[in-house]
Design a protein around this ligand. Structure first.
Ligand code: Z5A
Length: 207
């Protein structure tokens, strides 16, 4: 059985990932693929429990290192229970955030050591990387405005503007390091324009 493709969607707060995931899923299904749509942290019952801990505003005392380990604990479970089996049976997996988010938030935002992230990445999924990563990039201020208009702030959204600037820079650095895997999308435009950029990338890269 041919392995399915693994597509991830990344970006800062309010970048429009959830909005574009819906359209991506429809587009891939209409192209004839079986699609599993999921997210991180989360995607399985156990990993969603870890997500609740990670996003809970009552857990402001959570240390950076504990946060990093919980992200990878959730990811290990998600890979084992959902992502790897889906890809092995030929389904395509569409995931809202993956390890690039760890490099951006825990690496860029929290300034945890690259070596720690690299060690955990090797341990948890050295053999598996996304085939395509869509990075929805937009100015921090614009993303925070969209996110705050939509819902109350979670634990991450309590962070400073400078934190989110570092997250954005770290994402763009990741994209520069792996241009064959990343496509950077200008997410500051309206939803129709963002979707048409994504659709062009899909046609070009997945043909
Ligand atoms: N995290 C981490 O630290 N390390 C990790 O390894 C991983 C994650 C995997 C998970 O939150 C948190 O976990 C996240 C990083 C951290 N930090 N936070 N917070 P999440 O992914 O569930 O939530 P999020 O990043 O905050 O995403 P979001 O705020 O839900 O944004 P979004 O999904 O990208 O955007 P949206 O919901 O599609 O759109 C937001 C609003 O803007 C909404 O009202 C839309 O209607 C509107 N919108 C969307 N697109 C447009 C355009 N183009 N124009 C105008 N308005 C738009």
């Amino acid at each position: 059985m041919k392995r399915g493709k693994f597509i991830t969607v990344e970006g800062g707060e309010g970048a429009g990932k959830s909005t574009m995931m819906v359209r991506l899923e429809e587009w891939l299904k209409s192209a004839g693929h079986r699609v599993v749509c999921t997210r991180e942290p989360g995607g399985t019952v156990l990993a969603e429990k870890l997500r609740d801990i990670l996003l809970d505003n009552n857990n402001l005392a959570l240390s950076g290192q504990a946060e990093l380990l919980l992200m990878f604990a959730a990811r290990a479970q998600h890979l084992e229970e959902l992502i790897r089996p889906a890809l092995a049976r030929g389904d395509w997996v569409l995931c809202d955030r993956f390890t690039d988010a760890t490099w951006a938030y825990q690496g860029g935002g929290r300034r945890l050591p690259d070596g720690d992230i690299a060690t955990l990445e090797t341990l948890v999924h050295d053999d598996l990387q996304p085939d395509l990563t869509l990075l929805l990039d937009l100015p921090v201020e614009q993303g925070l405005q969209r996110a705050s208009a939509r819902s109350a702030a979670d634990r991450f959204e309590q962070e400073s503007r400078r934190f989110f600037e570092r997250v954005r820079e770290a994402y763009l650095d990741r994209a520069r390091l792996a241009p064959e895997r990343f496509a950077v999308i200008d997410a500051s435009r309206n939803a129709e324009n963002v979707w048409s950029q994504i659709e062009s990338v899909l046609r070009e890269r997945l043909a």
